[in-house]
Design a protein around this ligand. Sequence first.
Ligand code: ME8
Length: 500
Amino acid sequence: MAFYITTAISYVNGAPHLGHAYEAIATDVIARHMRQRNEDVFFLTGTDEHGEPVADAAKDQGVTPQVLADENAARFRALLPQLDVSNDFFIRTTDAEHHRRVQEVLRRVHDNGFTYKGLYEGWYCPKCADFKVENEILDGNRCPIHEIALTREQEENWFFRLSAFQGRLEQLYAEQPAFVMPLQRFNEARAFVTSGLQDVSLSRARMNWGVTVPWDPSHVFYVWFDALLNYYTALGYARPGDDLTDRYWPANFHVIGKDILKFHTVFWPAMLMAAELPTPAHVFVHGFLLGADGRKMSKSLGNVLDPFEVLDEFGTDALRFYLMRDVQFGSDGPVGMEQVTVRYEAELANEYGNLASRTLAMLQRYRDGRVPEVDTDPALAESFAGLADDVVDLIDAAEVTGALELIWQRVRRCNRYVEERAPWQLARDPERAAELDQVLASLAEGIRALSVLLCAYIPVSARRLLDALRADDTRVEAAAFAARGSGATVSALAPLFPKR
Ligand code: ME8
């Protein structure tokens, strides 16, 4: 089945930071897992290049917005392979095809009668490119996200009749209880809807860095309307000559951070309804990685942890693992180099890496590298029963941290099994050879099954271990714990997570 998943698209007013990496990695874990289930996956990410955030940053640096956008979009694009993110396309909202399709969709919204010209006055955050409503504003008319002073802005622009969608949005929330996940965010979004919707600005007259409004070319679309549509427009031109819209629309999952909830859970479905397009199945809202000071990492707060530094020091799989494991997906959590070190040493090196090395080394030493073709131990098999199904269920709800925890419980179970069965003692007693066969076959099977499930999280290391085990089936189905040892001749493996 088609499975379409997206990240938010990043502003190109600065360099990528760990928050961007986090979202891309989590989305990649889901995309990879779905491919392991033979789903027809399309995974989109990219950059959001219009609007004040970019125009203002370019002005500060004395360059044109296009120059700044080109420079930073290249940095965002370059980060993805370094994170082993397997996106199928990278959209830039400055793409000509994106412009064309945005105009086409929003013209339909206009033709359907959901726009009008009016005077807008309100408190505006230039960094969010957002007019704030009264209950969002901090004391002293400050932005709730950037904490900077909001400006009072007044201009004539085109409005989108968001208020006309009150009833249909309430209906959407009533009919699709998993439209927004996790539940806390669903409640927040629904409360926003039920509190009463006001019409919102659709265009800006004072800006020219954006997509031109086709029926009023002195305006550009308000950046959020152009940006949200990326999820739709990309499918039209990602594969030249092959319009993917029918195959993948609507999206299964939009993965976003909590600061952009309102746009994705209220504006976005309303805009789609206004254009007579189907709405997405789920919006998954994750929390923030917090800086050492416990506040959101953000360029304007200056407490950003550099993903490149973590990559240099620990490598890609370690960064991916750390972020998925340490910060419960859906909640906020602090991040820092110290915690990365702890997870790397205690879990990746000592638990998984060591389990792999020990198992392979014992197979070499006691059985000439061959996995005995004997029945595996039902006691260990029992601990794996239902694991793959549970992982599937959790990933279906984007619970990437929860699924990893279930996998990791079995990594620990296998380590306990090694200690309990002490194969090195069995090896000293020729009469216990059959028992040793069973223990080694079971451990080989355990690390194989675990590595299949870990492919989505730590693709390079899990693959290396599977290669050493001569196990090339990475479908989730293959994560079932087999009743017999494989009989494969395994090869030696350098430590997956070497001591640093
Ligand atoms: O919001 N921790 O772009 P953006 C976790 N262009 N996630 C974080 C984070 C942090 N410290 N900081 C940012 C935009 N993010 C818009 C999106 S979508 C049509 C347009 C997340 O570059 C943030 O929540 O500010 C968002 O989901 C993504 O990174 C891009 O943020």
